[in-house]
Design a protein around this ligand. Structure first.
Ligand SMILES: Nc1ncnc2c1ncn2[C@@H]1O[C@H](COP(=O)(O)OP(=O)(O)OP(=O)(O)O)[C@@H](O)[C@H]1O
Ligand SMILES: [Mg+2]
Length: 332
């Protein structure tokens, strides 16, 4: 089966100026990432702030160009941003991000926002539009009397539901959700996540779900990729990641997630500075914070290896067989 979306060795380097008059220096935001998402599958992406999650999400949609590497959608190279080929694909891949107020046009009613993609992509004859809008609003749990409201007349959760309804209007095959519930009240986060999961399952949509909140990711992802400073350090099924984390960084992240009804035991506290992509440590970038770092970790970058249980991990302390891009892609 062809992956819906695949990335091969993606690299994105930003030139960032240091200080007001300082010279620019390169920041490797995404530093050689390969992954594949099958139709209908949800891949969770986790990692601390600055690890490159949002940059990767934008690159998967062709919104941010790769310096090297390639993204393929249904086996074909992603057309360049803004070209007619890219615009045609755009209907099939949608982005939902953290801030619904910024994503919505504040001068348009909710119904008008949802009808926009229907018009742009000429998806539904005019006479059927009202019915389709009502259907989409019902699917995300908005009431029909909210159709004439403006974004500022809705709650944060309702706004995000409107954004999701608009994203679904073009019947996408892929949704990239970048921290979609982080700005919402904790009490409604679970509702919106459950709704997303139901819609995704019902419509067979593949999803890349980016979040720093592991509880949310565990609830929604089939597989999880853990990022550290622009690279994937471990990838496996959600069950394996949360039950048997292998990379010391994953262990630290997972150990801080409370399991309902269980006390937090064996919590690994991450030491040292949070990662700074402008100042990447030598060797394994995680070594200054790693409780099991050895000499080799300071000098040599560990390769992503297959380490059993359908997992890949990049750690000198973990033995395994080197995984080629080909095997990474086929693994799903
Ligand atoms: N447009 C840009 N110009 C320059 N640097 C950028 C740009 N976008 C991101 N970066 C840098 O690239 C790195 C990765 O950023 P990114 O936003 O992808 O991280 P993230 O994992 O999404 O973080 P967060 O959890 O805070 O959202 C950061 O160091 C960031 O400062
Ligand atoms: Mg981000």
């Amino acid at each position: 089966m062809t992956a819906l979306i695949e990335a091969d060795e993606l690299v994105r380097i930003y030139e960032v100026r240091r200080g007001l008059f300082g010279r620019s220096s390169p920041v490797r935001a995404v530093d050689g990432i390969s992954l594949a998402v099958m139709p209908g599958e949800t891949l969770g992406i986790v990692g601390e702030s600055g690890s490159g999650k949002s940059t990767l999400g934008r690159m998967l949609l062709g919104l941010d160009p790769a310096q090297s590497g390639e993204v393929r959608f249904e086996g074909s190279p992603m057309p360049k941003y803004g070209t007619s080929g890219w615009r045609a694909l755009r209907a099939k891949m949608q982005l939902v991000y953290q801030d619904p107020l910024a994503a919505l046009d504040r001068r348009l009613t909710i119904a008008a926002q949802i009808s926009e993609p229907l018009d742009i992509h000429r998806l539904v004859p005019k006479e059927h539009q009202a019915a389709r809008i009502a259907e989409l609003m019902a699917a995300v749990g908005l009431r029909s009397d909210q159709a004439g409201r403006f974004p500022h007349e809705l709650s944060g959760g309702q706004r995000q539901r409107a954004v999701i309804a608009r994203a679904l209007a073009s019947r996408p095959k892929l949704l990239v959700c970048d921290e979609p519930v982080s700005a919402l009240d904790v009490s409604i986060q679970a509702q919106v996540v459950n709704m997303l999961r139901d819609l995704q399952e019902k419509n067979g949509i593949a999803m890349v779900f980016i979040s720093h909140d592991l509880k949310v990711v565990r609830n929604i992802a089939d597989r999880v990729a853990v990022m550290y400073l622009g690279r994937v350090v471990e990838e496996a099924s959600s069950d394996v990641i949360f039950r048997l984390p292998q990379h010391p960084y994953t262990k630290a992240l997972v150990s801080s997630v409370p399991i309902p009804g269980k006390p937090l035991e064996g919590r690994v506290i991450l030491q040292g500075e949070p990662p700074n992509p402008a100042n990447r440590p030598s060797g394994c970038a995680f070594h200054p914070r790693c409780p099991v770092a050895r000499d080799i970790c300071r000098t040599s970058v560990p390769a992503l290896r297959r380490t059993g249980n359908g997992r890949t991990a990049a750690c000198h302390a973990v033995a395994g067989e080197t995984a080629s891009v080909e095997t990474l892609r086929r693994r799903a």
